[in-house]
Design a protein around this ligand. Structure first.
Ligand code: SAM
Ligand code: SF4
Length: 346
């Protein structure tokens, strides 16, 4: 294993619920009950993994809202100073935050903070961010940027705007406002991803390729720093012939109850069961690297086989690989990983 091998990302949640119910959200709230706040012990275990990923790629929030944890700011301050550059979080900024919290946030030395913002029109904002009030959001944002502007070491502020039909025209103005008034260092613009739970709501909100191109041309006239993501190709999940076989990332997601998922590999463990998290997850990198190099070889081979477009046409000798949703996964190797995990738990 190369010495500098790291996880592509480590995503963690410190809560398991949200204060809002956005109609486009990736979460299926009919299946989510209660809210598990991460414990001190689990948080400390997760912090052992900080050296195992790159700067700006350790998420303190992934699927849920971090600011609703009652110890939110205290937990951020527990992150060892030398690793704070690894960390960022994303927030809806909908819960009123005190000046004291905002001041402490400005001194926290994280890589960046990400603010979700899709509209500054009160009616649309409150329709998209269901449960939030624009007034509270703006009050938080103005006080946050005021504290941050007084501290040259304050974290970068980035914005994440989802693209819908209803906010499409407002986006250039949003990017300009965030850059000129709200300290934006990078504005990520992301066409919303379709999932089962939001498909009905998105039927009238999903933009087409032409609309995205027009938006890109408008933004190209700006000198602000921004990025525009691709349209989410929901067809890849519906029509297997459109699959492009990709090598999965080396990434994990840690839930607030300690459940850890190796993304795209369907390998799950619980961080509570791991006695030495740093050593365990470092060792797992060697397995994943092996999987990665085999998957890369396989991908090259698949590219050479033109008519290989459907999982059921897999040549027999490739049958230890699983082509689940277009992802190459080595079942044999992952089976060994399961055995090792069970052994480590004993
Ligand atoms: C799941 S949220 C969790 C953090 C926080 N609650 C928030 O919304 O900022 C993380 C990011 O995913 C975005 N997001 C939510 N639903 C999405 C979807 N269907 N497609 C793409 N991004 C989505 C949110 O706007 C947010 O920027
Ligand atoms: S604020 Fe974030 S996590 Fe909460 S419902 Fe909206 S998108 Fe989902």
């Amino acid at each position: 294993m190369s010495l500098d091998k790291k996880y592509d990302l480590i995503a963690m949640d410190i809560t398991s619920n949200c204060n809002l119910r956005c109609p486009f959200c990736l979460n299926d709230y009919s299946q989510i009950k209660g809210n598990t706040f991460i414990t001190d012990e689990l948080f400390n275990k997760a912090m052992q993994l900080l050296p195992l990923t790159h700067d700006g790629l350790f998420f303190i929030s992934c699927l849920f809202e971090p600011t609703i944890h009652t110890e939110f700011i205290n937990f951020l301050e527990k992150i060892p100073l030398e690793y704070r550059k690894k960390v960022f979080f994303t927030t809806n900024l909908a819960k009123k935050l005190s000046d004291e919290t905002l001041e402490r946030l400005s001194c926290i030395k994280l890589h960046h903070i990400n603010i979700s913002l899709d509209s500054l029109n009160a009616e649309l904002f409150e329709k998209l961010r269901k449960g939030a009030k624009l007034k509270v959001f703006i009050d938080n944002l103005e006080r946050l940027t005021s504290h941050f502007s007084k501290n040259p070491d304050a974290p970068e502020i980035r914005y994440l705007t989802l693209v819908f039909k209803s906010n499409l025209k407002e986006i250039p103005e949003l990017v300009e406002k965030c850059a000129t008034q709200y300290l934006s260092s990078l504005h990520n613009i992301r066409p919303v991803w379709k999932v089962k739970t939001n498909a009905d709501w998105l039927a009238e909100e999903y933009i087409n390729a032409n609309e995205l191109e027009i938006l890109k041309k408008q933004l190209a006239q700006f000198s602000y720093t921004y990025s525009v993501g691709p349209l989410h190709n929901e067809n890849a999940f519906l029509h297997e012939k459109n699959y492009t076989y990709i090598v999965p990332p080396t990434a994990i997601r840690i839930s607030s109850n300690g459940r850890v998922e190796f993304l795209e590999r369907e390998v799950f463990i619980n961080l509570n069961d791991i006695k030495e998290p740093y050593n365990f997850f470092k060792d797992m990198l060697s397995f994943l690297e092996l999987d990665l190099s085999r998957a890369n070889e396989l991908q090259k081979m698949l590219k050479r086989v033109n008519d290989f477009s459907h999982p059921t046409t897999q040549p027999q000798h490739l049958s230890t690989f699983n082509f689940f949703r277009g992802k190459i996964r080595d079942n044999l190797l992952m089976g060994k990983v399961h055995k090792i995990i069970n052994y480590m738990k004993k």
